[in-house]
Design a protein around this ligand. Structure first.
Ligand code: HEM
Length: 142
């Protein structure tokens, strides 16, 4: 899959000055649309979590032109998510909520091309995180 690096970079530059609003919206959509995800964050400091989440997106976008740099960090992130209780089934929920937050902030700049670029990027991120996660195969059939 070839990622649309320029579209991802340009659209993310517009999100950066509104990082906190973006992250607040993201978790608002995640917990509103998928209440089953909320208990995983029961003991989480959400202000810190918003920063961590955003920083991980910055890392991804900063390394789109050298994607090999992303393989190990994203596999490691996926491995840690097993401990956090994240299951493969949760990844589409996070993806949908991220896209919704992008759309809310980018408005007219959220074109079909930009949307597709982020769908592809999220699929690539998920693939690496799940490769690092090493779930038993039954979990994918649940
Ligand atoms: C693109 C996908 C995702 C990204 C980039 C991401 C990013 C992060 C980051 C950077 C952290 C901070 C801790 C660390 O670095 O290990 C974190 C923690 C966490 N994430 Fe994710 N995450 C993703 C998907 C998910 C999914 C699918 C779930 C399941 C609902 C989830 C639930 C959590 C939880 C529960 C924590 C721990 C919070 C705590 O420390 O209390 N994440 N995530």
């Amino acid at each position: 899959m070839t990622l649309q690096v320029e579209l991802l970079e340009e659209s993310f530059e517009k999100i950066k000055p509104r990082a906190d609003e973006f992250a607040t919206r993201f978790y608002g959509y995640l917990f509103g649309d998928y209440p089953e995800a909320q208990p995983l964050f029961a003991n989480t400091n959400m202000e810190e979590q918003k920063n961590k989440l955003f920083k991980s997106l910055v890392l991804v976008v900063n390394n789109l032109r050298k994607p090999n740099e992303l393989t190990n960090p994203l596999k490691g992130l996926g491995a840690r998510h097993v401990q956090y209780g994240a299951l493969p089934q949760h990844y589409p929920m996070v993806g949908k909520s991220l896209l919704k937050a992008f759309e809310a902030i980018l408005k007219d700049d959220w074109t079909p091309e930009v949307k597709q670029a982020w769908i592809d990027a999220y699929a690539a991120i998920t693939k690496l995180m799940l490769e690092g996660a090493d779930y038993p195969e039954e979990i994918y059939r649940m």
